[in-house]
Write a protein of this length. Sequence first.
Length: 353
Amino acid sequence: MAGIGTAHLRDAEQSIIRVEHLVVEFPAPRGQKVHAVSDISFDVLPGETLGIVGESGCGKSTTGRALLQLPKPTSGKVVFEGVDLTGLTSEAMRQVRTKMQVIFQDPISSLYPRRTVAELVLEPLAIWDVGSSEDRVQRARLMLSEVNMDYDSVSWRRPYEFSIGQCQRISIARALMLNPRVLICDEPVSALDVSVQAQILNLLEDMKRRYGLTMIFISHDLAVVKNVSDRVLVMFLGKVCEVADAESLYSAPAHPYTRALLMASVISSRALSRAGAQPTTFAEEEETQTEMPSSVTPPSGCRYRTRCPRAQEICGVQEPIMREIKTDHFVACHFPLGAPASTEATAAGHSNT
Ligand SMILES: Nc1ncnc2c1ncn2[C@@H]1O[C@H](COP(=O)(O)OP(=O)(O)OP(=O)(O)O)[C@@H](O)[C@H]1O
Ligand code: SF4
Ligand SMILES: [Mg+2]
């Protein structure tokens, strides 16, 4: 991967979120830049869940924050409900943020520890002066009951009195208080035990169905996003590698990095459960353990090439462009698995091995 292109974008009028050529850079020492997100594009349809997957540092959270203009991206467009957010004033953007809420990985630190549950959950309505105080409490009762918590039993307690899983339930209730259209879930279950993970994932699914939410679900673990995502986008070092519906991506990954991530996921679940599929080759196992290249000086051409067992000469000089290899399955790779080499690679005399 490490590719560019927009072949995977669907009809702009259908999407609730459409990101085009998003670039986010941060200053680095000696006048250099951290290339956190480098020309990525994606869209999300109303009611859809997009899983964004990749290992630590690949730019998932930066992408999530860029949707909310936190901070404003270096360049590119973020269109939400037909409006390009990059052109909005900060006041207009504040209004938009009520419709796009975020759930973070660490619920205990994302909830102010000194506030009671009632204060935390009621706060969004208070800030926006929504309804009477009775209306607000009624809404808080409803949202807490939706996450299986009883307002009268929990409203006076503080976050540190709850488990991480319970805190995540409170975060979900709080995020839904303003009736958002989009929920950005940034590693919402990574800090939880496996059994609690499943409860929170089921809860998010229920909430999505009941409230007609659109979700962006960020995780470093492909296994976690598998069951919740309609479409999955795989990132590596600030670039998009592969985009496909979840079924197609898991059954036939085309990008070498997606394949390696899947192997890593199989290996970790095997380690946990002492059961599971066998990884194919040692090379693939080994690859997933290699360090991420620098995002200050990323590799030329395909950013994955220094770790890729399929890399050929062209990968170092020409960035692969996103292309459709079968219906609704897109990959940015010169030599994908199970598909022909790119036009550029073929023209340069390379073949897919
Ligand atoms: N405010 C910042 N200033 C400088 N660099 C940053 C900043 N925020 C993120 N980065 C860098 O941008 C890159 C992408 O970071 P990001 O947090 O988006 O990755 P991630 O995929 O969410 O990783 P993780 O799985 O660890 O949460 C990393 O190299 C990170 O160090
Ligand atoms: S084969 Fe080339 S283009 Fe494809 S992922 Fe490997 S290095 Fe990148
Ligand atoms: Mg992150």
